[in-house]
Every structure is written in structure tokens, then in C-alpha cells.
Design a binder for this molecule. Structure first.
Ligand SMILES: Nc1ncnc2c1ncn2[C@@H]1O[C@H](COP(=O)(O)OP(=O)(O)OP(=O)(O)O)[C@@H](O)[C@H]1O
Ligand SMILES: [Mg+2]
Length: 472
């Protein structure tokens, strides 16, 4: 009755159907769990990992050598030593039995003491004490017992326990008991600690060398990472950076420097070209303006003036894009004040802007560039939608700004496209709202030059959501 209450588990049922599927899945799961465990416990830094790679095999090798060597060596030496002591005792017993007179016995005791360094005496034939507890690590006990059994073959009692430097052996003779005190060092290979000392000592020296060596190897990698990181965030590269270390690291460093130079050259060329174009156009615009001031009806002039203003602001846009604002140095930017200003501007234009800020309002960025980034994205939202919401979250080391609107949005397949310079979607063109299609390109440029990025998503308000992430 009890068993009928136990429901069959789902996977049990599955296993019954598929036969061996369950053990396989179980093994895979166990392996995954193991891998996760190793990943969790494995140190994350290259330095620690390399140390493990060096130290682990060393410890393993030494342990194996120590274990095998000690086993063999220690056992053999101990066996030899106990054989010798047992042989001495056997000889003494022979002498005692050959010359059993009192006077001879004292001679035997003297010989044993002086020549064999065994302190012996003869006890009345009381029964031998009960065997004591065996020591845990009992090579000595074991080999002595074996030798006594083999060479003397009489009832005996042994005391090898304890730290004392003496081993006590009692052997039952026909009418008495022979008690022998032997030096422990005569029966037993006890100089193994020197061997261990040498091993631990050399390992420590090896580890110290490995630590120093690895530190030197890893420093260039860290320096390369730092240089790449600061370049990514638009900061100047450390002054003393140059490729160092092992060949591969040196190659990566050299490649990085070349890449940086190429990028800088491209930016320079772009800036030069656009500045040239803008400058030429500006000159023409100024001439236009002058000519306009000189003639034509007021209506004509107003329309043309408007066109010229539009062109001028476009040119400013091109120039800003070309300049890329990379020259600016990082500083403190007050996000709360910026959002208040945006909200105020929206109120004046009778538009709805909701802002919220969590965390510290102070962020370390390039202030002008960063405010252009936010202004471009918020400006887009206002241009293409009615209601706009800005949510900023500043936690330790990361700033997240989300701009939501209720406009037409951008279809998912176009969301990367609009970041390209001069790309405007058709409906934006039809509105003829005077944009150049550079706003998002500039915004992404700035976000990336801070080591962050900007992506577009669907907004819960129904329009577009722009997500800006910056490490700050
Ligand atoms: N919030 C938005 N909702 C709908 N479409 C948008 C939104 N933001 C941008 N877009 C689309 O992406 C295109 C590119 O935007 P981008 O800001 O780069 O250029 P722009 O706004 O047209 O011109 P400007 O250089 O003046 O910013 C826009 O033309 C528009 O079609
Ligand atoms: Mg725009």
C-alpha cells in the first residue's frame, strides 16, 4: 500500500522508455556541474592561473616522488636496521643459553652494552605484558616483529610507541625473560626529515623564481590591456608604453600601436577633408548673405535666409562630426542639472518630458561631448514623437540612460542602419525637418569613445527606446 502512494517521477518514466538515455544525460549534467565548479574555484587572473600551472605539477610530482621514495627507501632501511638488531639479540640469546652461569651472564650483559649498544637485563619468567596499542604509522613495529619471529621465533613483546629514543623488546626464554633496550635510531631510518627539508626548501626556491619570472611576463600584458582600455575610453595612452615581454605579447603590442596610429590617421584625414569642404561652403554662404542683403523682395529674402540658416547649421553638424570632440579631456558632468535644463526647454516648447535619476548625478565624462550625445538622442525623440521619457541610473562604475518615446519608432532591421552617417529614414526625409542624418552617428561615436555604446530597442511607450551605457 505504501509503495502505491509513491508517484513515478517523470524522468524515471522517460528512462524506462529510452533505455540508456538517462545515464548519458546524467553524465553530461555531472560534467557540466563539474566544469562550473572548476570555473567558480579557478582564479580569474592570469597571474594566479599561471602560478597554478607552474606549482600544481611541481607539488604533484614531488608528492609522488616523496611517497614512492619514502615507502621504498624507508621500508628497506628500516628492515635492514631491524634485521641487524634482531640478529644481535639472537646472538645474545644464544650466548645466554650456551653459558647460563651467573658470572657469564654479567659478561654477556657487558658485551651487549659495550659492543652492541644494547642495554639488556634478565627478568623473572613472568608472563609477558599484554600487547600495547599498535602505532598508526608502524613500519618499525611491523618489521621488527617480522624479524624477531623469523630469527628468534619465541614469544616476544614490543614497545615501539612514543617519542622516546628507546625501543623496548622482551623475549621469553625457557626460564626467564630477556629485556632489551635498543636505541630507536639503531632499528629505524629516522633521518628522513632531512630529505623532506631539502624537498620543501627547493620547492620554495622554485616557487619564488616562478613568481618573479611570471610577474615579469605578465606585466607587459597588463600594460597592453591598460593602454587599449584607455585608448578605447578616449584617454591618452600611458607615456611609457612600448611593446615589451615575450615575442607574442610584443607582437600584440606592436599591432596595437599600429592600429592606433591607423585610426588616428583616418580621423585626421576625415577632419581635414570635412573642414576643407565646410570652409569653402561657408565662404560661399557668406557671399550669398551679402548679395541677399543688397536686393530682392522681403519674402524672397526671408525664405532664402531660412535656407542659409539651415545650411549653416548643417555645416556646423558636419564639422562637429568631423572634429569628433576627442580632444576634450574628461571632467565632472552634472546629470541632474542637464536633465532639469532639458525638462525646462521642453516645458517652454509645450512638450511633455519626464525625467528620473537614480544614483549620484555626478559622472566623469567628456562634458561637451556627453551633453551632445544626450541632446542628439533626446532631440531625435522630440523631433519624431510627442511624449518623451528619460530614465538615468548611475550605479558604481556604470551609467545607464534610457530614452523612450511614443513616436513611429524604427523597424528592427533598420536599427543599425540609422547609426551610419547621413542615413535618414524615408519618413524623416518626407517631413523635411532639416536634419542631416548625423545625430545618431555622432551619438554612437561619443558613446564608444567613452568605452560604452548606444543601442535601439522597442519602447514600452510604443515608439523608440535608445539605451546608452557608459562606464563612468
Ligand atoms: N526617436 C526616433 N523615432 C523615430 N525615428 C527616429 C528616431 N530617432 C532617429 N530616427 C530615425 O533615424 C534617422 C537618423 O537619425 P539621426 O539623428 O542620425 O539623424 P536626423 O535626426 O535625421 O538628423 P540630425 O543629424 O539633425 O540628427 C532619422 O532620420 C530618423 O529617420
Ligand atoms: Mg537626430
Amino acid at each position: 500500500m505504501a509503495s502505491s502512494d509513491v508517484p513515478m517521477r517523470d524522468d524515471d518514466a522517460g528512462a524506462a522508455e529510452t533505455g540508456f538515455a538517462r545515464p548519458q544525460a546524467g553524465a553530461a549534467r555531472a560534467m557540466r556541474r563539474q566544469r562550473r565548479l572548476v570555473e567558480r574555484w579557478m582564479p580569474k587572473r592570469l597571474y594566479a592561473r599561471s602560478l597554478i600551472i607552474v606549482i600544481a605539477p611541481m607539488i604533484l610530482l614531488q608528492s609522488v616522488i616523496a611517497f614512492v621514495f619514502m615507502e621504498r627507501h624507508w621500508q628497506t632501511v628500516t628492515e635492514r636496521l631491524s634485521t641487524a638488531v634482531t640478529r644481535d639479540i639472537a646472538a645474545i640469546i644464544d650466548m645466554i643459553e650456551t653459558w647460563p652461569r651467573e658470572a657469564d651472564l654479567s659478561e654477556v650483559i657487558r658485551i651487549a652494552q659495550e659492543r652492541l649498544q644494547l642495554k639488556i637485563d634478565l627478568l623473572p619468567p613472568d608472563p609477558l605484558p599484554a600487547p600495547g596499542s599498535k602505532p598508526f604509522f608502524s613500519i618499525l613495529d611491523h618489521s621488527l616483529s617480522e624479524q624477531i619471529t623469523r630469527q628468534i621465533n619465541r614469544p616476544f613483546w614490543l614497545d615501539t610507541v612514543g617519542d622516546s629514543s628507546i625501543v623496548e623488546i622482551r623475549v621469553r626464554l625457557d626460564d626467564k625473560v630477556l629485556r632489551v633496550f635498543a636505541r630507536r635510531s639503531h632499528t629505524y631510518a629516522s633521518n628522513t626529515h632531512i630529505f623532506l627539508l631539502w624537498m620543501v626548501g627547493t620547492s620554495l626556491v622554485l616557487i619564488a623564481i616562478a613568481v618573479a619570472f611570471l610577474r615579469n611576463q605578465i606585466r607587459p600584458i597588463l600594460q597592453l590591456a591598460e593602454a587599449a582600455e584607455s585608448f578605447g575610453k578616449g584617454r591618452p595612452m600611458p607615456n611609457d608604453f612600448r611593446p615589451r615581454g615575450a615575442d607574442e605579447v610584443r607582437r600584440a603590442g606592436a599591432a596595437f600601436i599600429q592600429m592606433r596610429e591607423r585610426i588616428e590617421r583616418q580621423i585626421e584625414q576625415r577632419t581635414a577633408m570635412l573642414s576643407g569642404v565646410s570652409h569653402d561652403l561657408r565662404t560661399i554662404l557668406t557671399r550669398f548673405k551679402l548679395q541677399l542683403a543688397l536686393g530682392g523682395s522681403k519674402a524672397d529674402r526671408d525664405a532664402l535666409n531660412q535656407d542659409i540658416d539651415d545650411m549653416q547649421s548643417m555645416l556646423e553638424g558636419y564639422l562637429a562630426f568631423a572634429r569628433g570632440e576627442t580632444g576634450e579631456s574628461p571632467g565632472s558632468f552634472d546629470l541632474a542639472a542637464f536633465l532639469d535644463k532639458q525638462a525646462e526647454e521642453a516645458r517652454l516648447r509645450k512638450r511633455a518630458l519626464k525625467t528620473s535619476l537614480t544614483g549620484s548625478p555626478d559622472v566623469i565624462v567628456r562634458p561637451n561631448a556627453f551633453s551632445r550625445l544626450l541632446a542628439n538622442v533626446i532631440g531625435n525623440a522630440f523631433r519624431y514623437a510627442r511624449t518623451v521619457e528619460v530614465t538615468a541610473t548611475h550605479t558604481r562604475g556604470a551609467l545607464l540612460v534610457v530614452v523612450d518615446d511614443d513616436g513611429p519608432g524604427i523597424p528592427p532591421e533598420k536599427r543599425e542602419e540609422v547609426f551610419k552617417p547621413f542615413v535618414r529614414l524615408d519618413d524623416a526625409r518626407n517631413q523635411d525637418s532639416g536634419g542631416t542624418g548625423l545625430g545618431l552617428a555622432i551619438a554612437r561615436d561619443i558613446a564608444r569613445s567613452h568605452g560604452g555604446d548606444i543601442v535601439l530597442e522597442d519602447s514600452p511607450l510604443g515608439g523608440l527606446r535608445a539605451v546608452i551605457r557608459i562606464p563612468a
